[in-house]
Design a protein around this ligand. Structure first.
Ligand SMILES: Cc1cc2nc3c(=O)[nH]c(=O)nc-3n(C[C@H](O)[C@H](O)[C@H](O)COP(=O)(O)OP(=O)(O)OC[C@H]3O[C@@H](n4cnc5c(N)ncnc54)[C@H](O)[C@@H]3O)c2cc1C
Length: 424
């Protein structure tokens, strides 16, 4: 005998930030909404772990890209955001096993031994003009082809590749759309990024609070169970089957899950098989003390590596201690050797923060975190090739792989807003 739940105006499947945002926006329209999350906690990839020693550990390095869709939707949902951005000064570039000051402005460009004099001139011109490049012209061009067309070789090319990696979180220059990469670089260089006090968990908590606010006519009802199938029909328009045998009837559905789960719930496993996910190997370190406090950010230029001391710019560690995120951007289809990746990351930390091993208080390693469900490929015109938000009347999709706008959380929240508008 199936358990039964009375009908809802809308059911949102998936309790990550996209699901929480769309559920809140629908509830603000006065709708009766149920959000169903398969785990016993909300937040998905944005959840952070609070370590007893006082460190807050995000699932890999998380930075809020300022001035984009995510910020606009978070403001719309009354989520308070700090004004400060992470400063560029004190950044290092890692190349040929050595660290050099990474140019972030004219003064640091003049001083850095990273480039020859002629390269400095080219780089200065690039810095001055990249913001006004019409990225849309390069949506169907790969990052590699764009670099070739711009005539960038050697260290300059490696530096640009490093900057594209850090602003897009992707290491796929022969496939990724240069238009998408340029848009991300333009945004981060003009508006910067913010690390959040209390980690991304603060976004999860704030959005959960808004979703369940008693000021809403119908606060969002939250339920924890995996959804397995969507059926058309039932006492409302749709019926969702849960893996425990229960079902929920509703007039509209938003699938705020990844493409594979969405296709399986829709009973159409052939959908979206072209999605290429972006992964990263991540090492998170809580250090008692930072051996080199002058080295807060180091970007690999000839290797796809990243290190940033997030606690230098947000409340994430106990007083005097440091929370350091280290990552290795993985290529699509890259064979995984977890032990080799961990050792590569530890060697990198040793280069930047020598003697860190004696300071380790907390250490977490994840060899293959899912950063995004959808690499914006040149072959499919960047983000324009992603699935549309409206799947069919009454059924919408939301997440980092949906809709034509933004990347990462920008895409997730932009599609969430579009889904809520579509079901209005
Ligand atoms: C290492 C790393 C670094 C990142 N860095 C950044 C960054 O710097 N900037 C940025 O903007 N973004 C970053 N991101 C991406 C960001 O975390 C996500 O875009 C964001 O959290 C939004 O996720 P979402 O809600 O679309 O998906 P998810 O967080 O994946 O949520 C999907 C939810 O659906 C649930 N679910 C799945 N199947 C079912 C089912 N059958 N039934 C019910 N529920 C189900 C899942 O449990 C999950 O809670 C990073 C991600 C990672 C992993």
């Amino acid at each position: 005998m199936l358990g039964k739940s009375s009908g809802f105006d809308a059911v949102v499947v998936g309790g990550g930030l996209a699901g929480l945002a769309v559920a809140t926006l629908l509830a603000r329209q006065g709708k009766r909404v149920q959000l169903i999350e398969r785990r016993d906690k909300l937040g998905g990839r944005a959840r952070s772990q609070q370590h007893e020693a006082g460190f807050v550990l995000n699932q890999g390095p998380h930075a809020l890209y300022r001035g984009g869709e995510a910020e606009a939707v978070l403001r719309l949902l009354d989520v308070p955001l700090p004004r400060r951005v992470v400063p560029g000064e004190g950044s290092w570039g890692f190349i040929d096993q050595r660290l050099h000051p990474l140019p972030t402005g004219i003064l640091s460009l003049l001083r850095t031994p990273l480039f020859k004099v002629s390269d400095k001139l080219t780089f200065a011109k690039l810095l001055a003009t990249i913001g006004s490049v019409d990225a849309a012209r390069f949506d169907a061009c790969t990052v590699e082809a764009w670099l070739d067309e711009a005539g960038l070789q050697g260290v300059l090319r490696q530096t640009l590749l490093g900057l594209f990696r850090v602003s897009s979180y992707a290491h796929a220059p022969s496939a990724m759309s240069a238009g998408a990469a340029l848009r991300n670089l333009q945004r981060t260089s003009q508006r910067g990024v913010t690390y959040l006090d209390g980690g991304w968990q603060s976004l999860v908590e704030e959005l959960s609070k808004q979703a369940q606010s008693l000021e809403l006519k119908h606060p969002v009802e939250i339920r924890y169970a995996p959804v397995s199938k969507l059926h058309r029909g039932g006492s409302s328009r749709f019926r969702l089957e849960l893996s425990n045998g229960d079902h929920v009837d509703c007039k509209a559905v938003v699938l705020a899950v990844g493409p594979r789960v969405a296709a399986s719930i829709l009973g159409q496993p052939e959908l979206w098989t072209e999605a290429v996910p972006i992964h990263a190997a991540c090492l998170t370190l809580g250090l008692r003390r930072l051996p080199r406090p002058d080295r807060l950010f180091a970007l690999g230029l000839d290797r796809p590596l990243y290190l940033s001391v997030h606690s230098a710019h947000a409340a994430l560690a106990p007083k005097g201690a440091a929370l350091v995120h280290v990552a290795r951007y993985l290529e699509p289809e890259e064979g995984l050797d977890a032990a080799a990746l961990r050792s590569e990351l530890e060697q990198y930390v040793e280069m930047v923060q020598p003697g860190f091993g004696e300071q380790v208080w907390v250490e977490r390693f994840a060899p293959n975190l899912l950063v995004s469900n959808w690499l914006p490929k040149a072959a499919s015109y960047g983000a324009a090739g992603r699935p549309k938000v409206e799947f069919e009347p009454g059924i919408c999709l939301a997440g980092d792989w949906v809709g034509a706008h933004g990347h990462l959380l920008d895409a997730a929240l932009s599609s969430a807003r579009e889904a809520a508008a579509c079901l209005q």
